[in-house]
Design a protein around this ligand. Structure first.
Ligand code: ADP
Ligand code: ZN
Length: 737
């Protein structure tokens, strides 16, 4: 009988970020299990906590008793507990942050409803021949009509208990645990979904699928990268791989970017696996979320479809995890726990001896490099299933425009194409990335942007102090009066946004209805789908927007995509800027040429020779990858290193710098061979009255340093005056602004 329990207190505070020991009173000793919620006395009050372990002995004297057990069964699986420990080390979060990521808030708070046993048909029941056993046939029919039912209820409805037992022995039905309060036959079964049939695979698809099938049948973890151009039929591969995985008696999980989780997408999966798909995303109501979660716990849902956080779903015996559009930044969570879904997925794949499949038309540099190194299996699809052709992309050199005396934000070429669209009554998208706020200094004659010589990120202009600053290493330089490259004098601060574009379009075409979509115009819950509908119904001809219009917009009448300033992403002071630019341009280009009228893309830039732009215009991922990988190698950025970013923020500028300096000074002994950059002001130096300063650790195999770094972080939190300065530690940050 266990006598002691290690409990983590359910308070989000650095002060209690360690397990506390409690004594287990005798009446609880045969009930208590790791993963359960308990009530414990803690500094003169009662707190909720989670049981982590039941250690054989405790070095602490005079332990307090656990006051009560909250749930009849553990809320966390053994896998989730192990995963939480790993998360807290890998991503430098509190253990409680990791645990909270595993369970929906409503489950964590309320009492858990009681449980009941219900009978449900198994997968074998689908094609079972029971002609000679009419009583069993009738029982199965009842279950098919009504969904899983408690044994007594089934008998009350006319099934006899003998036939239920026979079916159980044949493995055609089984008893599973369900919660009494959730209606048992609920969820997607009730919705009208039309069934979809698998396509006969094309040759390329079949080659990939056979390789995946072989991996699924082997009982060992394997990582695969499916690099397939748009419309090469990746989704069909996902669907058939999931089907095979279910046949093998395992469950499957597929993650897609939040924005891709449209009703059509959900129908796609529900239509192939009716009644067995749980859908998880951030727009679900609490009740909906609970219901989906319950389906997973009951074992009714064998497939989980969701956005980033669905990676923590308590799905058992996983055989396959798919991450679609694996390069998307939304797979990285920007608040604690600051995890990357790709890494969590690989952890779970190893734990479950499952296959992890990453899919993308523009894989992240990290994933593609890993595949080339033989750490994952590379699968390629270079042909389209549908007749959609890639649109021609023209790059307009804005320096030439200026030279010819044309100073407008739209080039002559783009104006000409816009006029054509209006005349022919078609539709156009105008794209501008508003995150071009980080004011960089650009020569309008030669396109030169002043960069840091050691970090190769653009220097950011600080108007107040009239200096330019590197936001990685804190190097400062005076603002040049003439261009250091061409001696030109038309050097200036660059900025342009969606609003400015909207104003100019209105002046040009006062009669033409337009829509602007950016963070300011889409705050409402339904704003996004509202604008989508409006544009779909052709209530507007021109749609102006930020990256939010780069994905999933599928309109046949869009015959023109204009990228007003490719430079806004390209010149972000972030080493991933070229990669983001390539991905964004590829995605934006995919928004046209989807209908019979075809389409074209115009990209305006001051850097027409930049490899991101040239290769995106040629739809050439491999060339982009090779060039960019070489750049990363030279500067030892990921995938040739890993980063840990320590970001300090607070209202008092001096205190923020002081805190950053204090911690940076203590990093040295813990950092080993890793390089310490900073402290330096972050690119976004001041947000909402908060000053931001960071220190970046750059080196190889940084997770090995985690225990030492955690210790420094703990010391930092114990410092008296760190209260007003917030510290956020981020392993392999995706955005370093
Ligand atoms: P991707 O995910 O690679 O962009 P999709 O999976 O969406 O591509 O495929 C594009 C379209 O082609 C979809 O409408 C899909 O139903 C269809 N499709 C996929 N595979 C086949 C196939 N083998 N035969 C016929 N149509 C297919
Ligand atoms: Zn620098």
């Amino acid at each position: 009988m266990p006598l002691y329990a290690e409990v983590i207190i359910d308070l989000v505070s650095n002060a209690v970020d360690r397990p506390f020991h409690y004594h287990i009173p005798s009446e609880m000793q045969d009930k208590i299990k790791p993963g359960m919620r308990v009530e414990v006395p803690f500094s003169n009050r009662r707190c909720q906590g989670y049981v982590l372990r039941l250690p054989g002995k405790s070095a602490v004297d005079s332990l307090k008793d656990i006051a009560a057990i909250i749930d009849p069964e553990p809320l966390l699986t053994a896998e989730q507990l192990a995963l939480s420990h790993w998360l807290s080390m890998r991503f430098y979060c509190r253990l409680i942050d990791a645990l909270h990521a595993m369970i929906p808030a409503s489950f964590r708070k309320g009492k858990r409803p009681g449980e009941i046993k219900v009978i449900e048909p198994t997968d074998l029941a689908d094609g079972a021949a029971l002609k000679r056993a009419p009583a069993q046939e009738k029982t199965l029919d009842l279950l098919r009509q009504k969904g899983p039912l408690p044994r007594q209820e089934l008998i009350r409805l006319g099934a006899n208990s003998h036939s239920i037992r026979s079916l159980e022995q044949k493995g055609l039905v089984r008893a599973v645990t369900a919660r009494a309060t959730s209606p048992v036959n609920d969820g997607l079964e009730d919705e009208q979904v039309s069934l979809t049939k698998p396509h006969l695979l094309r040759e390329e698809q079949a080659i990939c699928f056979n390789r995946i099938r072989a991996a699924l049948e082997e009982d060992k973890p394997e990582k695969m990268l499916l690099h397939g151009i748009t419309a090469s039929g990746k989704t069909e591969i996902y669907l058939q791989s999931i089907a095979r995985c279910l046949e093998l008696g395992r469950s499957a999980m597929i993650l897609v970017p939040e924005i891709a989780l449209t009703p059509q997408m959900i129908e796609h999966f529900a239509g192939r696996f009716p009644g067995r798909v749980a859908v998880l995303h951030s727009r679900l109501s609490v009740a909906e979320k609970n219901r989906q979660w319950q389906m997973i716990l009951d074992g009714r849902a064998r497939v989980v479809l969701g956005a980033r956080s669905a990676i923590f779903a308590p799905l058992g015996i996983i055989g396959l995890i798919i991450i679609d559009e694996e390069h998307e930044t939304t797979y990285k969570q920007e608040e604690a726990p600051r995890y990357h879904a790709r890494e969590v997925a690989w952890w779970r794949a190893r734990y479950n001896r499952a296959v992890l499949m990453l899919g993308s038309a523009t894989p992240s540099l990290e994933s593609y490099h890993e595949a080339l190194e033989g750490k994952s299996v590379l699968l390629r699809m270079q042909e389209r299933v549908t007749p959609i052709q890639l649109p021609p992309v023209s790059v307009v050199d804005m320096r030439e425009e200026l030279k010819s005396g044309h100073r407008f934000i739209f080039s002559r070429r783009l104006l000409e194409e816009l006029n054509g669209v209006i005349e022919r009554d078609e539709q156009a998208l105008l794209f501008i990335n508003r995150r071009g706020f980080a004011g960089f200094v650009l020569c309008r004659e030669c396109g030169h942007v002043v960069r840091c010589s050691s970090c190769d990120v653009s220097l950011t202009l600080h108007l107040d102090r009239q200096v330019m600053c590197c936001h990685y290493c804190a190097h400062e330089a005076p603002v040049p009066e003439t261009c250091p490259a061409c001696r030109g004098t038309k050097i200036r601060y660059f900025s342009a946004g969606t609003q400015r574009v909207e104003e100019e379009v209105k002046k040009l075409y006062p009669e033409t209805p337009l829509i602007r979509m950016d963070r300011d115009t889409t705050t409402g819950r339904h704003a996004h789908s509202h604008y989508y509908q409006q544009f779909r119904e052709r209530k507007a001809k021109i749609l102006i927007g930020t990256q939010m219009i780069a994905k999933g917009f599928d309109f046949p009448d869009v015959t023109l995509v204009g990228v007003v300033a490719a430079d806004t992403t390209l010149n972000l002071p972030d080493f991933r800027a070229p990669e983001r630019t390539f991905q964004l341009l590829t995605q934006v280009a995919g928004r046209t040429a989807r209908g019979p009228r075809g389409g074209r893309v115009i990209v305006q830039t001051y850097h027409p020779r930049h490899h991101s732009i040239v290769t995106a215009a040629d739809h050439d991922y491999i060339s982009f990858f090779e060039k960019e990988l070489e750049n990363r190698r030279q500067l030892a950025y990921p995938p040739f290193s890993e980063l840990v970013r320590f970001l300090f923020s607070g209202p008092d500028e001096e205190a923020v710098f002081e805190a950053a300096t204090w911690l940076t000074g203590r990093l040295e002994p813990a950092a080993g061979e890793a390089q310490i950059l900073g402290p330096a002001p972050a690119s976004l130096y001041r947000i909402k009255e908060q000053y931001r300063v960071h220190t970046i650790l750059k080196g190889r195999a940084l997770p090995r340093l985690a225990p030492g770094l955690k210790k420094v972080i703990r010391e930092y939190h114990r410092r008296k005056d760190s209260g007003s300065v917030r510290l956020a530690v981020d392993f392999n940050p995706q955005v370093v602004l």
